[in-house]
Design a protein around this ligand. Structure first.
Ligand SMILES: Nc1ncnc2c1ncn2[C@@H]1O[C@H](COP(=O)(O)OP(=O)(O)OP(=O)(O)O)[C@@H](O)[C@H]1O
Ligand SMILES: [Mg+2]
Length: 252
C-alpha cells in the first residue's frame, strides 16, 4: 500500500511548491519507487511546477462517462465503468521520474463535489499501484471536510507566518482529526521573510516539522517558468522540504 502524502492549507502559502519539492526529493531518494503526483486543485499549478503537459484530466474522464450514460447507451456505460481503471491509467502522464494526474477544472456551475467524490475513489484505486502518492490539495478545508483526503497517511499542513494561515492550519487539523485516517500530521511554515520571528512561531496542537525562509532563487525560477527540477540542490525550499520529510524519522 502506498504512502499517501497530502498538502493542505490556506491559499498561496506554498502547497504546490512543496508538493513539487516532495516529488523531486522522493524521486532522488528512492529512484526505484513508483511515485504518482496528483494535482487535486481545480485551479491547477502542479503541472507547471513539475514541467508536465496534461492532455486529459480526471474531470474529462468523469464527464465522458456521464455523457455516455445520459445518452441512453446503457450497455456502453456499464462497459465504460468497467474501463474506468484502465482509462485513468491511460490518462496518467508518465515521466521517467514520476506519473502525474490532474483533477481538472469542472465546467459550468462552480461546484467541484462530483469530481471530488470521484477523486476520493481514484486515490483509493491508484494507491495500490504506487509506492508514493503526493497530492497537492485545494486551498482551504473543503477536500478534508468532504473526506476526499480520508485515506491520506501523511498530512502536511502548510502555512506562512501569518495569524490567518496558522488559524487555517488549526481548523484543518481539527477536522482532519475526525475525518482523515492519517498516521502522521505536521505543519510546515513557509516563506518566512524575517527569520528573527521564528522563536515566536507556534501552532498549538501541531508540531512544526520545518520552517522555510523566503527563497529568492525559487521566486526567480517561478517567474521564469522553470520547474522544481531546475532549482539548486541546497535552495531553502528543497532543504526545508527535505527536513519536513525527514521529520517522520525515515518512514518517508
Ligand atoms: N519559500 C518560498 N520563497 C519564495 N517564494 C515562495 C516560497 N514558497 C512559495 N513561493 C511562491 O509563492 C507563491 C505561492 O506558492 P504556491 O503556488 O506554491 O502556493 P499554493 O499554496 O499552492 O497556492 P494556491 O493556494 O493558490 O494553490 C508562488 O509564486 C511561489 O513560487
Ligand atoms: Mg497551489
Amino acid at each position: 500500500m502506498a504512502k499517501i502524502i497530502a498538502l493542505a492549507g490556506k491559499g498561496g502559502v506554498g502547497k504546490t511548491t512543496l508538493c513539487s519539492a516532495f516529488v523531486r526529493i522522493l524521486g532522488e531518494k528512492y529512484p526505484k519507487a513508483k511515485i504518482l503526483a496528483i494535482d487535486a486543485d481545480p485551479a491547477v499549478g502542479l503541472s507547471t511546477a513539475l514541467g508536465v503537459t496534461v492532455n486529459q484530466t480526471l474531470d474529462d474522464i468523469r464527464r465522458e462517462i456521464i455523457d455516455k450514460a445520459a445518452s441512453g447507451a446503457g450497455k456502453e456505460a456499464v462497459e465504460l465503468l468497467g474501463e474506468v481503471r484502465f482509462r485513468i491509467f491511460d490518462a496518467l502522464v508518465e515521466t521517467d521520474k514520476f506519473a502525474f494526474l490532474a483533477i481538472g477544472r469542472p465546467e459550468g456551475a462552480g461546484c467541484y463535489c462530483a469530481v471530488n467524490a470521484y477523486l476520493k475513489e481514484v486515490i483509493d484505486m491508484v494507491s495500490r499501484d504506487f509506492d508514493y502518492v503526493v497530492i497537492d490539495g485545494e486551498a482551504g478545508i473543503e477536500q478534508i471536510n468532504r473526506r476526499v483526503m480520508e485515506k491520506v497517511t501523511h498530512l502536511f499542513l502548510v502555512t506562512d507566518a501569518s495569524r490567518k494561515g496558522i488559524k487555517v492550519v488549526k481548523t484543518i487539523r481539527k477536522v482532519a482529526d475526525e475525518l482523515v485516517m492519517y498516521e502522521k500530521c505536521v505543519a510546515i511554515v513557509n516563506r518566512v521573510e524575517d527569520m528573527s520571528i521564528v522563536p515566536f512561531i507556534k501552532i498549538e496542537g501541531t508540531d512544526i516539522a520545518s520552517i522555510i525562509e523566503s527563497d529568492s532563487e525559487h521566486a526567480h525560477n517561478d517567474i521564469m517558468g522553470k520547474t522544481i527540477f531546475e532549482l539548486s540542490e541546497d535552495a531553502p525550499v528543497l532543504a526545508g522540504a527535505r527536513k519536513a520529510l525527514d521529520s517522520f524519522g525515515g518512514c518517508l
